[in-house]
Ligand binder design. Sequence first.
Ligand code: SF4
Ligand code: SF4
Length: 417
Amino acid sequence: MESSCSSSVGRSIGVLWKTVSEDCNLACDYCYFSTCGGKPGKTIRKIDPTLLEKFIQEYMALSNGVASFAWQGGEPLLAGLDFFKEVIALQAKYAPPNTIISNSLQTNGTLIHERWAEFFKKYNFLIGVSLDGPQEIHDQRRLDSRGNGSFDKVMNGISHLRRHQVDFNILTVIHKGNVGKSRELFRFYQQENFGFVQFIPCMEFHSKHIEQVGVYEITPDEYADFLCSAFDCWYNNGTPIISERFFDNMLSVYVHRESEMCTHRRTCSQTLVLEQNGDAFPCDFYIHPDWNLGNVGVDPLTDILSHPLHNDFIQLKPRLPERCKTCPWLDLCYGGCPRSRKWNDSMQESEPDYFCYSYRQVYAYAHERMKALEERVRNNFFQQGVNLYYNGKNPGRNDACACGSGLKYKHCCIDLN
Ligand code: SF4
Ligand code: SF4
């Protein structure tokens, strides 16, 4: 769901907007954000039209060819189809010629009907649907205001997406109810023919209290066991068929690319996170007055993007604990997420990520099999590149490697030949 564009202050910035504040039609028992208990009321707190237009106009002016929006909630579909039609109209109105515009949206899936699906297809939205597994797992925690499970409604929403061939992926929160059930999850994904999934460990409600380290429902031990057994399923005897974001990203690093997950990149992503009222923050996990960069309805976007706090935020992740600096898995992990590291008062030093143990376990567990996949994938990329760019011959030692890693051949796939 991350997205990016360039700004006049020389950085790559994507936008994630909390479309309806915390309004939601579900009352999932682990939700750390919504407090309306699945009863959002008649007046949905949508983004104000003037605010929307001011922001899109300024953002597009800085976009430099790429503009990316991620819409989240609460439940963003509560904003209504007309709201998103207005978004599309404003994007088209203010985008400089040849701008690539992308929209992604994270939804609980229960409100998707035919016209939503038509709209998503027409404007090429990428949809993330929250689904915690098969019905008996999903319905334990993802409930409506009357305590009824939401599984059937989610699957109905997905059927509309399928009918209209909308691109979608499945986001599964890993909590006490499914952390021991990776096999059931993968069996379900396969049965349902879900090609793209991702896991997120369940945060507990008070984890939004920035003065405390992020608190998770599952222990590092539980998550380690989950990841290792999920890896077996994903690996599928050497022929992965379901794309899972964590493992796909691991494989990317093995084949000399960077992870696209902010948690496992060298630096945090530069996504601007906006509250429905326009308050701006550097990350979804840092929505707190101490990290407020301004308000996009009031302040010029250039001021918000060059706010010193943005820079302070970006400095956090590379300030690694000693254990990370000497960790054999540093290239895969990059110290995890700063929000899951316990910091001292001056924010100069931290303990390792809460899930450090889980990461170390799965990296060691998967290593040999990742190496085997690496060789195959690099070979494929290399042969394709040789045919496409080098007339079927190997590149020179100092040429760009044909596998597309961006490295010189002598530092990359020369060992394969
Ligand atoms: S703080 Fe964590 S979630 Fe936020 S950008 Fe950094 S790594 Fe990602
Ligand atoms: S696995 Fe642990 S020690 Fe290694 S880089 Fe990640 S958080 Fe740091």
